[in-house]
Design a protein around this ligand. Structure first.
Ligand SMILES: [Zn+2]
Length: 105
């Protein structure tokens, strides 16, 4: 019953798990990423330490388009100019609007 004995050991996915998992793709279709570092300057006014701090932020940049896919920025911390932009598909939006305006009877 010592299944969780190694509390500090990270859970290792099996090759089977990895094989059956979806590959993370950038919006451009790229699947290779490189790690970069961005830094944020935290002002002493908001810093928990009460001093100016430089916060390193690791980013994963798509090798193909050089942007950060939205999936890697769930908290929205990455500046917009570094992120991939998901272009709204106008046709679909307009279509949805038309459907919405029609009374359903
Ligand atoms: Zn990309």
């Amino acid at each position: 019953m010592s299944k969780f004995s190694g509390a500090n050991a990270p859970m290792q996915p099996t090759p089977e798990m990895i094989r059956n998992s979806q590959t993370v793709e950038c919006e451009c279709g790229g699947v290779l990423f490189s790690e970069k570092l961005m830094f944020k300057k935290l002002s002493s006014i908001v810093s928990p330490t009460g001093r100016d701090e430089i916060i390193p932020m690791p980013l994963f940049i798509c090798e193909k388009c050089g942007k950060v896919p939205v999936i890697f920025d769930p908290l929205g911390l990455v500046p917009t100019e570094l992120k991939t932009t998901v272009e709204p598909i106008e046709g679909i939006q307009e279509e949805a609007k038309v459907v919405e305006m029609k009374p359903k009877q």
